[in-house]
Design a protein around this ligand. Structure first.
Ligand code: IYR
Length: 223
């Protein structure tokens, strides 16, 4: 068992005056991220997606087992299969399974079972969690799998936004159909989220409801 450690050579310290400027600039940049539901079919180079996945793969995670796998889908055929299956599930959701309260909560977003963006957008990224990892010593358990995948997904969304792309987190429920479409192993992996990625269409809009973020006083307590 190796306990090798390295000196921390890549930490960057900024003067305190610069830290606030940087924090403000980051907030200004990230508050321009909006979930997009109307995508352009304009192509996005694979290399950009790959760089963003590399960024996601640096996320903090349980015991550094990195319990995730990303499937980036550009194939029109696979996207069409995903659309077909997701829409079937969403129809069940909107036609009853959701229940009245949930449907009421979604009204201001104007969503429905039509998921044409699953075919229009150039990329879909399916994120899978892994229960166990393969290691030289054999199989090992993974820890904090959902927390880890959630942080990695957050990093990925941030990276795609920073690269200049629009995204939508899409979670058709249940999402198990993604396992087969993405040719993943159902014993060890579970679909966690589907990200829709591309340029926003010229006519893309943001629902007014989505713009209102809770004020600091409401989301922060200082003790
Ligand atoms: N998955 C459905 C419903 C949906 C649920 C929530 I919570 C949202 O914030 C948005 C949509 C859909 O994609 O339409």
């Amino acid at each position: 068992m190796s306990e090798l450690h390295h000196p921390l050579t890549d930490f960057v310290e900024y003067p305190e005056s610069e830290m606030l400027i940087r924090a403000k600039a980051n907030y200004q940049a990230i508050k321009r991220r909006h979930s997009i539901r109307n995508f352009s079919d304009r192509a996005v180079p694979q290399e950009i997606i790959e760089q963003c996945i590399l960024a996601a793969g640096t996320a903090p995670n349980g015991a550094n087992h990195q319990p995730w796998h990303f499937v980036a889908i550009n194939s029109a055929e696979v996207k069409s299969q995903i659309r077909e299956q997701a829409e079937a599930i969403e129809r069940g959701f909107y036609e009853g399974r959701a229940g009245e309260e949930w449907l009421d909560a979604l009204k201001p977003l104007g969503t429905n079972a039509n998921k044409s963006y699953l075919e229009t957008a150039p990329w879909l990224i399916a994120i899978f969690t892994q229960k166990r990892s393969e290691a030289e010593e054999g199989e090992k358990n993974n820890y904090y799998v959902h927390e880890s995948a959630g942080i990695a997904t957050g990093f990925l969304i941030q990276a795609l936004h920073e690269a200049g792309l629009g995204t939508l987190t899409h979670t058709p429920k249940p999402m198990s159909f993604l396992t087969k479409v993405c040719q993943r192993n159902s014993d060890n992996e579970r679909p966690y989220m589907l990200l829709v990625v591309g340029y926003p269409a010229k006519e893309a809009t943001i629902p007014d409801h989505a713009i209102h973020k809770k004020p600091l006083e409401e989301i922060l307590t200082i003790l």
